[in-house]
Ligand binder design. Structure first.
Ligand code: ATP
Ligand code: MG
Ligand code: MG
Length: 379
């Protein structure tokens, strides 16, 4: 029986373990927190990323190691790769951990990005603002997620406030200043590549963020025309360049009808959760298949899907549980402000039925505002 090892024990590891079970795959998870939510569905090794004794034992018990958490230190990934197969390769992880390396690679692969400049000092920031202009976003190069480690500059006069907020982190890991893009739409492409180089992308997903955190996804994204072909081509170029095996996500802005690369996630992604019920094969199942050397499954969508993220605390599950083809996901985490604690996916054969189901659920939950952007698009 194949054994999948996962570094990080959050909801992504939990959903990977659940997807692996019907394939006969056993999962073993490592996390520094004894209450990591994947531990409710798979055995958990409690260890931190430099506990090499525990990691050696973990490596000896698994066939392949993969990631729930993209910020596992590169040294840990390299150390493991000397002992056991690691997918994606540590080199791909390293690029995705650094916004500067990531955006540089995007441009090399033909994917345009927002204007950006590396910032290490207060003087750099002044020069970067002169070059990029305002509005702009100052971001930590490493370790940011869910909009953390970012400061939005409305005008050039916000430079001191931005430096006060992030300067200390800049000294440690470096910063990047990006032009703020008044995008028309935000999209993501979830892609998978097998060991043999079989490459597939699910239909593009349209995403809406609130305060830097994903709130709502709609898939397949309506009215994307030739963007699907273009996004697939770019994702394939990236995957081949990185010799990538497994699932990854590419976050994109659409500006003046053209794609700009925001960031990539070297793992399964929140905007791909809809694939569990909304596609023939989910991102989680195809990731497990890819890293264990199994053939990939069909990535086609069944109708349309809309996913709500539950942030901070779960709403009443009843409206979702009682709606046809609506699916409840409780990650088993403690409620905490800003934390992703669950999601729900609503599927339907067409836009009209999806709008009906969304309206009904959002109204009963008192979440009309959260569903509004998708309802507007569905017409
Ligand atoms: P994630 O949780 O996706 O890893 P993150 O903390 O890495 O998030 P980003 O993806 O860089 O952060 O930014 C979060 C969101 O903020 C984006 O999805 C987008 O909505 C907005 N954003 C980020 N950068 C820009 C930009 N340059 N212009 C306009 N909006 C932006
Ligand atoms: Mg990110
Ligand atoms: Mg992001």
């Amino acid at each position: 029986q194949p054994v999948l090892g996962i570094l990080g024990g959050g909801q992504l590891a939990r959903m990977l373990a659940l997807a692996g079970a019907p394939l006969g795959v056993k999962t073993l998870v490592v996390d520094s927190a004894g209450d990591a939510c994947a531990g409710q569905v798979a055995p958990l090794v409690v260890a931190d990323w430099t506990d090499y004794e525990a990691l050696a034992r973990f490596a000896s018990m698994v066939d392949v190691v993969t990631f729930d958490f993209e910020n596992v230190p590169a040294e840990t990934a390299h150390w493991l790769a000397e002992r056991v197969a690691v997918s994606p390769v540590p080199g791909a992880l390293a690029v995705a951990q650094d916004r500067l390396a990531e955006k540089t690679l995007f441009r090399e692969c033909g994917l345009d990005t927002p204007a950006f400049v590396a910032v290490d000092t207060r003087e750099d920031l002044g020069r970067a603002i002169a070059e990029v202009g305002a509005p702009a976003i100052l971001k930590t190069r490493r370790l940011g997620y869910d909009g953390k480690g970012q400061f939005r500059l409305k005008t050039v006069g916000d430079a001191d406030a931005a430096w006060a907020a992030l300067g200390a982190q800049g000294a440690a890991h470096g910063l990047i200043l990006e032009a703020f893009v008044p995008f028309e739409r935000e999209l993501s492409v979830i892609a998978v590549r097998s060991r043999e180089g079989d490459f597939r992308t699910w239909p593009l997903t349209r995403n809406w963020h609130t305060d830097g955190v994903l709130s709502l996804s709609l898939a397949p994204a309506p009215d994307i025309d030739e963007l699907q072909r273009r996004a697939t081509e770019l994702a394939r170029t990236l995957a081949e360049r990185l010799d990538y095996v497994g699932v990854f996500a590419l976050e994109l802005f659409v500006k003046d009808g053209k794609l700009l690369g925001n960031e990539m996630a070297p793992r399964v992604h929140n905007s791909g959760h809809w694939t569990i019920e909304g596609a023939h094969t989910s991102q989680f199942e195809n990731h497990v298949r890819a890293v264990l050397g199994m053939p990939l499954g069909d990535i086609g969508a069944r109708g349309l899907s809309c996913m709500f993220n539950w942030i901070g605390e779960l709403p009443d599950p009843a409206p979702v549980l009682t709606t046809t083809d609506a699916h409840w996901h409780d990650y088993g985490k403690q409620a905490r402000s800003g934390r992703k604690v669950g999601h729900a996916t609503v599927c339907a054969p067409d836009a009209r039925v999806l709008a009906e189901r969304l309206n009904h659920i959002a109204h009963d939950l008192g979440r009309d505002g959260q569903a509004q952007p998708a309802l507007q698009v569905l017409g």
